[in-house]
Structure formats: structure tokens, C-alpha cells
Design a protein around this ligand. Structure first.
Ligand SMILES: [Fe+2]
Ligand SMILES: [Fe+2]
Ligand SMILES: [Fe+2]
Ligand SMILES: [Fe+2]
Length: 433
């Protein structure tokens, strides 16, 4: 077990690398393990968050000594981000990568939820999980329609592709998007790191969709990216509102570096590909160097023990494995869940007729929901949706939809329960290979 307070890692002055070392050979689209890809996607998001955080801080800091250190370390974060992000192969399409992003969201959130100390945070993770699960299903239709990709070329059978909480219901009234925050004095280091890990992944997903959705010539697909991009914005909003706003910047810095170090350590420990494993190990040593600096500055400026904020152990926020059973359980129990006032949750059947989100949902989907259009187009092309799961889950699609449909807000192009029932009579194998 790594003692994070004693382990000093790589000194900062040794962390500037040459361009040949920064830009490494990517993994191969064919043959890469899907969970090597998910690790690489998540770590890229972790680096982007680490870089952005230090920019925000320096913009409002007048402490020259501190700023020099932050400017130095954020340059290293930026170089790390280039290394990690550019491990993606040129031949991996935007939709391929998109399926990878949603696989991260589903399997990472499921892991975090089962390893979370705070019951309210866990409930919020489970809530978000079902939305990303539905995104995976919607994007899978387009991956097949536009690029003839069997989603399992990317997902490798580890993550199911069926309807979740329909995406048209992910758009909430602004007043409902903020959750209750933890108390920094009682929250465990694991809760703090779990939340920051997920925010980093969701923020990266948002940015990826915002920057790539327009790169397809198909307007329906662009609209789907726009719709889901808005949901990822909501996910960042929801998860970041779980953080205690009373944390000082020095406390936040400790949590950031611990999150980075922990994620790299988990990825290093789990990774089977020797070349990737070495990269993760080197990055872990660099992060321990950053963490050591953060501890030194925290103790100097706040004159407190860093262990009171981050404990003394590495956390396990990013283990990837198939989570089909867990996701199925949450899906069956919570597909009809909705967010209500003051960060509480409710179910569709108990929502008041003046529930605030009806208004925004009716507004954004008034000309049709792109996420429903994805299924309409799949029917046009293949007579049914593309869905990948065991038979019992496939057959439950119509029931899941029935349970989740809202009374007051239904997009005009919504695929109905009866059509989902018909899908099961049509085999989808022919369209996948
Ligand atoms: Fe980093
Ligand atoms: Fe998503
Ligand atoms: Fe998300
Ligand atoms: Fe760092």
C-alpha cells in the first residue's frame, strides 16, 4: 500500500520531457482492450481538470512564490494531457471514441457507486449512471447507421446497449440542477476523490462532444451531439455541486493531486499492456511529486496536517470491469427516477403536474428529440433499434420505457412502447456483422 505522505515521487525539476517522449505511439483501434481505452479516456479528463484548476487559481492569486510553482506544475499537467490524449489512434473515429466515452461513464460510475461512503452521493451517482447508459444506446444507433460499426467492436461485450432513462428526460429546469453538498470536515477522502474523478470524466465528455459534434455532415447526428452535450453540462453541474464550497484552494489542490495520483496508480495496477503500464507508472511518479508539493504548501500556508484532508492512503476511484449486473439492477429499480426541489429525488408517477422540468423539456424537444430521431433512423435503416444485451434485458425495453415515460412532456417523435415490443421479433444480428 502506498503511503502518500511519505512517498515523494519524481522531483518537479525532472518532469519536463522532450517532444519524442511527450508524443508516444498510440494504441491500435483493433486489438486494444476496451478497458485500456477507458483508462486512457478517463486519465485525459483527469489531466484537463488538473490544468484548468491551476489556471483558475492563479488568475485570482497575487502570491508570486505560489504562482510560480502552480504555473510550473500546470505546464507539466498540460504535457501529461498531451501524452495521454494522443495515445488515441488516428483510425479511431469520433463515434468510436464517443462509445468509449459513454462506456467510461457507465462502468466508472457503477464502480464508484459501489465504493462510495456517502449514501446521498451514491444515489446521485446511480441517477447519472442511467443517463449515460441511455446515451450509449443512442450513439450506438448512429455508429451503426453512419459508420457500419457494431458497437461491440468498441465495447467488446462488456457493457450492454439498451434503452435507459430516455435522453429527452435528462434536461432539467435550472433550479433543480444543483445537489446538496458534503461537509468537508466529515466527508471521507474517498468521497472527495470519487466525486472529483467523476467530474473530470464528465467535463471531458462535455468538451469532447462540444468540440467534435459538428465534424459529421449529418444534421441529425449533430443535433444528437448537441442534445447530449447539454446533458453532460448538467452532469458536471450536478456532480460539482456535491463538493463543499467551503474548501480552501489549498485543500482543493491536495484533493486534485491525490485524485491524479490515485487514478494513475489504479490504472498502473490494472493495466495488462506492458507499454501502457509503464506510461501510467511514470505518470504516477510525477503525480506523487505534485502531491508532495501540494502537501508542503498546504502545511506552510494553512499550518495544518494534510492527512486531515486527504488521509494517508491511495484511493481506488477508477477500477474498470464489466458492471452489467449492477447496471441492470439500477435500471430496473430507478429508471423512473427524477430530480425534484432542493436536491431531492422523486418518481415519475409522483411528480406534480407543475413540475418545473416539464417546461424546459417541452421547449427543447418541441421539434422532436434528436435522441428519439436516432431510433427513428435505425428503424428506417434496419427495421428496429440496435440493442445488445441478454434476452431478458432486451425484452424488458418496452417495460423500461413505459415506466419512464412522462405524462406532460413527450417529444413528438418519441418511439412508442408498442414499437419496442415489436423489436424483439426482429433479429438485429444481420445488421451488425
Ligand atoms: Fe497530471
Ligand atoms: Fe453521457
Ligand atoms: Fe455524463
Ligand atoms: Fe498533478
Amino acid at each position: 500500500m502506498v503511503d502518500i505522505l511519505k512517498e515523494k515521487g519524481m522531483p518537479i525539476e525532472k518532469q519536463i520531457r522532450c517532444w519524442h517522449d511527450i508524443v508516444k505511439r498510440p494504441y491500435k483501434r483493433e486489438g486494444v482492450d476496451c478497458y485500456t481505452r477507458t483508462r486512457q479516456i478517463l486519465l485525459n479528463g483527469i489531466e484537463t481538470e488538473a490544468w484548468g484548476f491551476k489556471h483558475c487559481w492563479v488568475r485570482k492569486s497575487d502570491d508570486v512564490e505560489l504562482n510560480k510553482l502552480l504555473v510550473n506544475i500546470r505546464r507539466i499537467e498540460d504535457m501529461q494531457q498531451t501524452t495521454i490524449n494522443w495515445l488515441s489512434p488516428y483510425k479511431q473515429t469520433i463515434l468510436d471514441t464517443t462509445l468509449g466515452y459513454e462506456q467510461v461513464a457507465v462502468d466508472l460510475t457503477a464502480w464508484l457507486s459501489q465504493n462510495e461512503d456517502d449514501p446521498y452521493v451514491k444515489e446521485t451517482f446511480d441517477f447519472g449512471l442511467l443517463e449515460d447508459f441511455d446515451h450509449l444506446y443512442r450513439y450506438s444507433q448512429f455508429a451503426n447507421i453512419i459508420e457500419e460499426t457494431d458497437p461491440n467492436e468498441i465495447l467488446q461485450g462488456q457493457t450492454d446497449v439498451v434503452i435507459g432513462r430516455p435522453t429527452q428526460y435528462h434536461h432539467n429546469d435550472n433550479s433543480l440542477r444543483i445537489r446538496k453538498h458534503y461537509d468537508k470536515n466529515t466527508a471521507t477522502p474517498r468521497t472527495k476523490v470519487n466525486i472529483l474523478t467523476l467530474i473530470s470524466g464528465e467535463q471531458q465528455t462535455h468538451n469532447y462532444y462540444a468540440e467534435h459534434g459538428f465534424m459529421y455532415g449529418n444534421t441529425d447526428l449533430k443535433r444528437l451531439y448537441a442534445e447530449i452535450c447539454d446533458v453532460e453540462e448538467e452532469h458536471v453541474t450536478m456532480y460539482e455541486s456535491l463538493i463543499d464550497p467551503n474548501e480552501t484552494m489549498f485543500e482543493k489542490w491536495l484533493i486534485h493531486e491525490l485524485t491524479e495520483a490515485s487514478c494513475y496508480y489504479n490504472c498502473y495496477a490494472d493495466e495488462k499492456d506492458e507499454r501502457m503500464k509503464l506510461i501510467f507508472e511514470e505518470m504516477f511518479q510525477m503525480e506523487m511529486g505534485h502531491l508532495h508539493q501540494a502537501i508542503k504548501m498546504f502545511e506552510k500556508y494553512e499550518k495544518k496536517d494534510a492527512a486531515s484532508v486527504i488521509g494517508d492512503k491511495i484511493i481506488h476511484p477508477c477500477h474498470f470491469e464489466s458492471q452489467k449486473e449492477y447496471v441492470k439492477k439500477v435500471l430496473n429499480n430507478e429508471v423512473n427516477k427524477r430530480v425534484d426541489a432542493d436536491g431531492t429525488y422523486n418518481t415519475v408517477d409522483k411528480l406534480p403536474s407543475d413540475w418545473k422540468s416539464y417546461k424546459v423539456q417541452n421547449e427543447v424537444s418541441k421539434s422532436g428529440a434528436p435522441s428519439e430521431q436516432a431510433i427513428n433512423l435505425a428503424i428506417e435503416s434496419f427495421e428496429r433499434d440496435i440493442a445488445l444485451a441478454d434476452n431478458s434485458l432486451l425484452k424488458s425495453q418496452s417495460k423500461l420505457l413505459e415506466k419512464s415515460l412522462e405524462k406532460e412532456a413527450v417529444a413528438p417523435n418519441t418511439i412508442c412502447v408498442e414499437e419496442y415490443e415489436q423489436f424483439n421479433a426482429i433479429k438485429n444480428d444481420n445488421y451488425l456483422y
